[in-house]
Design a protein around this ligand. Structure first.
Ligand SMILES: NC(=O)c1ccc[n+]([C@@H]2O[C@H](COP(=O)([O-])OP(=O)(O)OC[C@H]3O[C@@H](n4cnc5c(N)ncnc54)[C@H](O)[C@@H]3O)[C@@H](O)[C@H]2O)c1
Length: 361
């Protein structure tokens, strides 16, 4: 048979396979090939992190994509109340599994497939909408979603670390901690880690330096009352505060203070055109998962119940620099703050406490 004929025949065979609905079925077909594969008796598959992403919207799908591209899991569950959506997103990834280190991507509509996850990332929730795109406005709808979804997720994965992305992220983390009675080191939000990278990026742009080489944190609420800690910003070990006179104060001639506003409105600037933000938060979340699943650990401004830190008396979820490692948050750092920063942090805690108290949980 001529080679060209062979190729045509094979192509026809492949096309027929691709068009058949059977080939799209999620169940692998048993084949006589299996007889050639002899199992080793003592073999036990080593545990690879299983991650469930709850919510297959813009944020959940972007997070799934990053986790797969960074090879942080070989077993990803995409869970959405809209099962058809979860199924379509999972299939879309699964079809290119060969480019994703052969990862298994499984859809889920009722939590069952999320059983024994190591990490559960919660993105299900209402997006802020309207003119002000206030995170607090979306709060009530989201808390109702969490009240329904979280107990089952925790029952199925009692040892998992829960990362809450749904906004308002601090208050929703408090809600998840309360609903599921999860320990605070194993239930946290990426919170101000995103604000911190925006902060560093804005400073780096002014200094014309790579953003990764600027150090500094935003603490408090992931939202309007966030506190950029200018007193701690450094580049190459040099504190900006020691070099720039009146840094980010009202009478700062270089007007660094304008960055404060830009940090807080960073999401708005993107959301007003796209209607949502997803890439920056997905990269932020993936950075945290990498710290946990890569085993290296990382200090990042993430949010959990910070009672006792910086004189905070109540159980308030807010962000402070924390060591995130396998198993969650191992340490929280109390930064030396100026009086103004300390006052702003306590004011941010008050804003969050008020929002927490308004929850019906
Ligand atoms: N923390 C952050 O830095 C940050 C950044 C961006 C967005 N967000 C927040 O992330 C959340 C998701 O945003 P989005 O743009 O992906 O919204 P989206 O509307 O695109 O997706 C939300 C998804 O959640 C699903 N869902 C609803 N109830 C569910 C349930 N009970 N179980 C499973 N899935 C359920 C919906 O079907 C939908 O697919 C919002 O609250 C948004 O404000 C947080």
């Amino acid at each position: 048979m001529a080679l060209s004929q062979l190729i045509r025949l094979n192509m026809a065979h492949i096309q027929a396979k691709m068009c058949s609905t059977k080939s799209l079925s999620s169940k692998p077909t048993k084949s006589s090939f299996a007889k050639l594969m002899k199992p080793m008796k003592e073999f036990k598959r080593s545990r690879i992190p299983k991650i469930s992403v709850v919510g297959a919207g813009q944020v959940g799908t972007a997070i799934s994509c990053m986790l797969l591209l960074r090879n942080l899991t070989k077993h990803l569950v995409i869970l959405d109340i809209n099962y058809e959506l979860a199924k379509a997103e999972a299939l879309d990834f699964q079809q290119a599994s060969a480019f994703l280190s052969d990862a298994r991507v499984v859809p889920c509509g009722d939590s069952a497939n999320s059983k024994n996850s190591d990490v559960v990332i919660i993105t299900a929730g209402a997006r802020p909408s309207g003119k002000d795109r206030s995170r607090l406005t979306a709060m009530k709808k989201t808390v109702e979603i969490l009240k329904k979804a979280v107990p089952k997720l925790v029952e199925l994965s009692p040892k998992a670390t829960f990362i809450v992305i749904s906004n308002p992220a601090d208050v929703m983390t408090y809600a998840v901690q309360r609903i599921a009675k999860l320990p605070k080191h194993r239930c946290f939000t990426t919170g101000c880690h995103l604000d911190s990278v925006r902060f560093r990026n804005l400073i780096a742009n002014r200094l014309r330096l790579p953003p990764s080489q600027v150090h500094g944190y935003v603490i408090g609420e992931h939202g309007a009352s966030a506190v950029p800690v200018w007193s701690n910003v450094s580049v190459a070990g040099i504190r900006l505060n020691d070099v720039v006179k009146n840094l980010a104060c009202g009478d700062d001639p270089e007007n660094w203070a304008e960055i404060n506003e830009q940090v807080v409105t960073g999401g708005l600037a993107v959301g007003k055109t796209k209607g949502y933000t997803n890439w920056a938060v997905a990269l932020t979340c993936t950075d945290i998962v990498h710290a946990m699943c890569g085993g290296k650990g990382k200090i990042a401004s993430v949010g959990t119940d910070m009672q006792g830190m910086h004189g905070i008396k109540d159980n308030v979820v807010l962000s402070l620099p924390s060591l995130v490692t396998a198993g969650g948050i191992s340490h929280v750092f109390e930064l030396p703050l100026t009086d103004v920063e300390q006052r702003k942090l306590l004011a941010s805690a008050d804003v969050l406490l008020e929002a927490q108290c308004s929850l019906d949980i």
